[in-house]
Ligand binder design. Structure first.
Ligand SMILES: [Zn+2]
Ligand SMILES: [Zn+2]
Length: 251
């Protein structure tokens, strides 16, 4: 299979998911190098929620919000900024059903994120779930499609369906953080057969995009309530502080 894949890569030109130039790789060398230089693993970020620490650095490597009120999750690791070079690719994956983009995003995670991550503790990896209704509408869960292509050590078991999500029209509520938190309360559940794999275990939760952190907070709360020892978020794209986003556009 590997031989055929390599053969097809050379026979069939593809487009880089960032610059869209046609060549044989889904992430060309120049864009890969740029992504590597911009990776959030090279920037001071809150160890707890992953937000950048440019203007509120503390010796504890945590942002003020996390110091004031510790989230239910223990760590957050993010690959790139939400408004960085991968945003369009993520949108195409989610809204234009270009599933092949999950390959390129997982490639980026494997090469740029995985070497920075301590995976010795974790027992399972859970993608943030979609509701059944949303899953039927989209046809796939983008977080799982990326996560299942990550080269995990054999000690970590990826579980596609351990978490479930109730359908709610309140998913539309995006603007008001308080509304969103209210809408998300009890939005998630753990399938009973997965409970033994959660209890007293270190869990990785994988998400495509982290904005306010409300979704991951709800999931971590649920996992901790059911005996999880620790919860670490792996996130592809992270919304950072507005000031940083402006700086990035006008370097
Ligand atoms: Zn490129
Ligand atoms: Zn924080």
């Amino acid at each position: 299979m590997h031989f055929l894949r390599t053969l097809f890569q050379h026979l069939l030109p593809t487009a880089c998911i960032v610059c869209t130039r046609h060549q044989t790789e889904m992430l060309c060398h120049a864009c890969f190098a740029f992504l590597e230089s911009q990776s959030l693993f090279h920037y001071p970020c809150c160890i707890c929620c992953g937000v950048d620490l440019d203007d509120c650095s503390t010796e504890e490597n945590q942002c003020k919000a996390c110091l004031l009120h510790a989230p239910a999750f223990d760590r957050t690791h993010c690959l790139d900024r939400y408004d960085g070079v991968l945003q369009d690719a993520m949108h195409q994956l989610k809204y234009q059903r270009r599933l092949a983009i999950a390959d390129a995003l997982a490639f980026g995670w494997n090469r740029l994120a995985l070497p920075h991550l301590n995976t010795s503790e974790a027992a399972v990896l859970l993608p943030v779930p979609l509701s059944i209704q949303k899953l039927n509408q989209r046809g796939f869960n983008q977080s799982w499609e990326i996560a299942r292509r990550i080269r995990l050590p054999p000690s970590i078991e990826p579980l596609a369906n351990a978490l479930g999500r109730h359908h709610s029209d309140a998913n539309q509520v995006e603007n008001n953080r308080l509304d969103r938190q209210t809408a998300l309360r009890h939005a998630f559940y753990i399938h009973p057969e997965a409970l033994p794999k959660i209890h007293n275990k270190s869990i990785i939760v994988f998400d495509d995009v982290m904005t306010t952190g409300s979704t991951l907070q709800e999931i971590a709360t649920l996992l901790k309530d059911n005996g999880a020892r620790s919860v670490v978020n792996w996130v592809v794209l992270r919304t950072l502080r507005p000031q940083t986003q402006i700086d990035l556009r006008n370097p």
